[in-house]
Write a protein that binds this ligand. Sequence first.
Ligand code: HSE
Length: 348
Amino acid sequence: MTTYSLALIGFGGVNRALAELIRDEPGRFAALGFDLKVVAITDLAFGSLVQAEGIDLSTVLAMPRGASFVELPGGNADPLNEEVIKNSPADIVVEATFTSPVDGEPAVSHVRWAIEAGKHVVTTNKGPVALHGTELTRLAAENSVRFEFEGSVMSGTPVLRLASSMFGGLRIKGVQGILNGTSNYVLGQMEAGLSFDEAVAQAQTLGYAEADPTADIGGSDVRLKVAILANELLDANITPNDVETTGIEGITPGDVARAVADGRRWKLLGQAVRQGDGSVTASVKPLALPAGHSLAGISGATNAVSFDTDLLGHVTVSGPGAGRTETAYALISDIIAIDAFHKDGVHA
Ligand code: HSE
């Protein structure tokens, strides 16, 4: 059986959930035909840890906040990201740090270092993909490794790989999605009579919204995802700044009540559409959808994407767009794609 060695960059919710799955469910991976071994972890709070024979995951998962990897053999109080990414014995770098949506750093550098060192990269980070996806994919091909990022849109719900591996022979004319759980939840709660502020506070309590929910309700989280969908599915070659963006802050209880009376539902829609001249226009804006629209029934914090195709018409996939285990599954699906590439030369 093949064993892949992983370096976890960032040890927050998503990579911890991946570590728990590796520790608790080896049979899940054995059934896929490979084993996973974590040989390095870096984290701003814990520092860095490299153990080529494999890190005991129960030990690190039990460490309380405030503890440091310096207490362990191979440990250091500093994250040492560059050193670990370039020189640890990992085959696959799992990038799940907090990253600036403006320049994608530090994740973009982490991805570059890994690829240039000949390591595959899997990430759930939107920044590097939305801002430098095409360049990083090219760099990976030049270095004969894979750069996989299913979790950058809708966590583990298959969207990018569904289109790239199952839509052979179809032309995608456009894509529309509900790509932020918080804003969808808030609009739904306003339909139930809550005020905007009450609904946002509830979304924060339930853990959907970011601590600062500006990116959720202002549309900038969706803007990054739309740029990724436009570039990956429509070869648009755009940046997030090319995506005209309006959030849901301006939607009033009166707007919501009028839409409900009219059989409509407000949704924050991200869209990218190929125009007659071949160019792609992309936007994020609230729209009051008629009941029969394929995205009108998507409720709560659920996300969905509807692909507009030439031979099938609309194909819609809905599912979770966030969550630690749901996002860790995206990393697993990326590792499966790397395994297929290794074993069969398949570009999933
Ligand atoms: N806060 C985001 C959401 C999480 O509400 O969907 C994923 O980007």
